[in-house]
Structures are given as C-alpha cells and as structure tokens.
Design a protein around this ligand. Structure first.
Ligand SMILES: Cc1cc2nc3c(=O)[nH]c(=O)nc-3n(C[C@H](O)[C@H](O)[C@H](O)COP(=O)(O)OP(=O)(O)OC[C@H]3O[C@@H](n4cnc5c(N)ncnc54)[C@H](O)[C@@H]3O)c2cc1C
Length: 417
C-alpha cells in the first residue's frame, strides 16, 4: 500500500508498551506512515490470545499466537518490561537495563488478576488472568484426581467459562458466584447459562437473593477447602480465583494521573491528561474517568483510536474523540455450547441472545475473528474501521452529566469482560 509521508521531514518514534489486543492494533495501524518508526515492547515473544486462557487450563488451546501472524513486519518487537516512563524526558526504562526514547508513547499494558483480599486466597487459590497463571494452573488441574473437588470463585464471564470448560472434561466443579451469576447478563440469558451449567453438573452457589447471599461468598481459602459466608466449609482440592481484574501500576509509579484502579486518565481522544505525547488504550485506559468495560471487545477499537490520535497529531490535525459501541458479551460454555448475549450499543444487556451450539459456533467465530482483525491491520494498515461505528450518544450524555457535577475522585469499580 502507498504510505502517507506528508508533513514531516524527520522520522517520528512511537513506542507502544504492551503487545496485547490494544497494543498490537495500535502498532499495526501506526505503520500507515513510513516516516513513523514503531517499537512494541512486550514481556513475551508471543502474542497471548487472552480470551482463550480458560481453554489453556481445560486443555483445548494453548492461547498463544505467533507475533508473525498478527504484527506488521514494519513493527520492531522488543521483548522486555517497561519499569518507568519518564514523561519529561520522553523515555521509557526497561527492566533488563537500557532505555528507549520516544516522540509519542502508547500505553497499553492491559490487566491481570486483582489481589484477592480474602485470607488464604493469595497462597492457595489459583488466578487465571495471565498466560503464566493459566500455565501454572494447567498441571495442577491435570495432577488432581478425577473426582477432586474444583471450586471456581467469581461468576463473571471468566469464572463461568472456566467452570464450564473444566466440567465438560468431567471435573467436579462448584461455581461460587459472590453475587449474581453473570452480572452482565439479561435474566433470560442468565437462565440459559444456569441451565447449561446444571447440565454440565456444575454446582452454582448464586448470591442473588437473601438466602444465597452468605453461602455465595468465599471468606477464606485453605489448602483443601473454601469457607463460605455462612461458616460452611466446602472441600476444594483446586480453587481457582477469577474475581476481578487489576491493572499494572506503571502509570501511577511514573507520576502520571490515574483513576482509583491505576488506569491512565485520558481525555476523549485517549490522550493523557498530563501529557499530549502519551496516549492510552485497552484495559489500562480511563477516558474521562468513565472507563469502558475491560474487554477485548473494547481494547481493539481503543487501540485503533489511540493510533489515530497519534497519527492526527503527527499530521498537525485535531484528533477525533472516542466513539465506542458494544455488541454484547459472548461466553463459551465448554466446547459444545455458548451464549451471545446481545446488548445496547451503550453496553447494557438486551432480552435477546443466541445460545446452545449456535452460541458456541458464534463464540469461535468471534475468537478467530479477533486474530483476523489484527492480522488484517498488519497486512493493510488503516483498514480497520469498527472504532468509527456511530452510537456514542449515551457516553456523551454521561460526559455531560459528569461535567455538571462537582469534580469527584475516580471510584469506578473494575468490571471484567
Ligand atoms: C479467561 C479470559 C477470558 C476472556 N474472555 C473475553 C471475551 O470473551 N471477550 C472479551 O471482550 N474479553 C475477554 N477477556 C478480557 C480480555 O482478555 C481483556 O480485556 C483484554 O486482553 C484487554 O486487552 P489489552 O490489550 O488492554 O491488554 P492485554 O491483552 O492484557 O495485553 C497487555 C499486554 O501488555 C503487557 N504488559 C504489561 N505490563 C507491561 C510492561 N510494564 N511493559 C511491557 N509490557 C507490559 C502484558 O504482558 C500484555 O502482553 C477475557 C479475559 C480472560 C482472562
């Protein structure tokens, strides 16, 4: 493709921190201009397809994709971890030593497991939010006897998917929801998920009513049990913790403004409120202190938007504001069933869903589609356009409401995919 080189005589260095969905989309898109040098820094030499990590634990996928399949040839990959951003000096420091200078920086460090604040959980429960965590868990599950009690704590999509995946392989699984099963789901969608989990033999402890509230909360974890809010102990040889995502503290440690969770605070063009040269995307961005649901669904368009913001600035143009729309939530329920819960564009579930085997097929199309979107942008930078779909009216309303309020500190809770 013919590249755009207008407006600059000197090469522009853009560093992208984090090679997940947002970072890869952003890096690929930036290669539209051949006067831009793009460097992507990521701790691993392979791309992690995080939405398949529960499959890694269940044994049906390794959740890893070769960067050669999703990253544009013109992007330089540096395998390493950034330990500090020096915004004034426009430089990032690497853990292994050395530093990289930049003209623009894209902050796309994603998310990981939230610290479980329940006694014993950090020692005895296994998180699953990163590749390394899922890789550590897999042999533990494999080594447990076939009849071992497996407890999954947390009934957001990650918990539901993990419980179903393991139950389908014959494991004896209890899902402790904390609150309601699948908080995002419409009641009809929730009934469908509950039905499929029951068919797989998963015991669901749901806290949606007064009767279930106590026994659906884990209050302590030991080597071979979980204690519930009503004092009961459930035997649990393998306890898997999926309750919540947290973000790396790199932005805060580097003196940049963040929300309460540590996501980089930006304006609606995803530009840091502190520094025009720093732009954020994905789970680690908090645009206007109204962060989007942490999800791959948001990360890819946010990556595209972040790249467009940088490209606009290089071209001396005004960047466009964010216009994120959601389609819903797509959850696998083992390999043979799934649910696509449709939603309003502003991310609230509708009455309509597709479940059963068609739901599973749709989920697989979505998972493969994610890699295809990244690969297509690698081959033809600038071809992705879903971040331009209109429908951000509700967000505009919330921004106006926010502008009408007194400035309040960031308290938005994390909501994982
Ligand atoms: C089991 C599971 C299932 C999921 N299913 C879905 C789903 O069905 N649909 C959906 O929309 N979402 C789903 N999600 C959520 C989704 O995976 C995340 O929201 C998404 O990965 C966020 O993308 P990202 O690019 O912001 O960050 P990530 O994909 O987390 O990528 C961030 C990258 O930055 C790297 N990084 C971090 N710190 C540094 C540093 N200091 N220096 C350099 N690199 C760094 C990380 O190692 C990582 O490679 C699921 C998550 C899990 C765990």
């Amino acid at each position: 493709m013919a590249k755009n080189t207008k407006n600059t005589d000197v090469d522009v260095d853009v560093v992208v921190i984090g090679g997940g969905y947002a970072g890869v989309m952003a890096a690929n898109r930036l290669t539209q201009r051949d006067d831009v040098t793009v460097t992507l820094i990521n701790p691993r030499p392979n791309f992690v397809h995080r939405v398949r990590l529960h499959q890694l634990v269940g044994g049906s996928d390794d959740a890893v994709v070769d960067y050669r399949d999703v990253l544009a040839e013109d992007v330089r990959l540096v395998v390493g971890t950034v330990t500090r951003i020096d915004a004034a000096g426009r430089r990032v420091t690497l853990e292994a030593g050395g530093a990289l200078d930049y003209d623009y920086l894209i902050y796309a460090v994603g998310s990981g497991s939230a610290d479980p604040r329940v006694p014993g959980a950090a020692e005895f429960a296994h998180p699953i939010a990163t590749l390394e965590e899922a890789q550590r868990l897999r042999p533990i599950v494999d080594a447990a006897p076939a009849t071992a009690a497996v407890t999954v704590v947390g009934a957001g999509p990650t918990g539901i998917e993990t419980a179903a995946e393991l139950a389908e392989t014959g494991r004896n699984v209890t899902l402790v929801c904390g609150e309601v099963l699948g908080p995002y789901l419409h009641p009809r969608g929730r009934r469908s998920v509950a039905g499929r989990l029951a068919a797989l033999g998963v015991t669901v402890l749901d806290g949606s009513d007064a009767a279930g509230a106590a026994d659906a909360k884990v209050t302590a974890v030991t080597r071979d049990a979980v204690r519930l809010g009503d004092g009961r102990e459930l035997p649990s040889q393998v306890t898997i913790w999926t309750a919540g995502f947290a973000v790396p503290d790199l932005a805060g440690r580097s003196g940049l403004s963040t929300d309460a969770l540590g996501r980089l605070l930006t304006d609606e063009t995803l530009t840091s409120v502190d520094d025009e040269r720093i732009v954020a995307a994905g789970d680690s961005a908090a645009p206007s202190d109204l962060p989007l649901r942490m999800s791959c669904q948001a990360a890819i368009p946010l990556g595209a938007r972040a790249a467009d913001t940088v490209l606009s600035r290089i071209a001396g143009e005004q960047p466009s504001p964010l216009n994120q729309v959601f389609a819903g939530q797509c959850i696998s329920l083992g390999r043979r069933a799934g649910i696509f819960q449709f939603a309003h564009r502003y991310d609230v579930a509708l009455w309509f869903h597709i479940d059963g085997r068609p739901g599973a097929k749709l989920k697989e199309v979505v998972c493969k589609g994610i890699v295809k979107h990244l690969a297509a942008e690698a081959r033809k930078a600038g071809s992705y356009s879903l971040h331009r779909v209109s429908g951000g009216t509700k967000r505009q309303q919330r921004l106006l409401q926010q502008a009408g309020r007194d400035e309040a500190p960031a308290t938005t809770p994390a909501r994982a995919a």
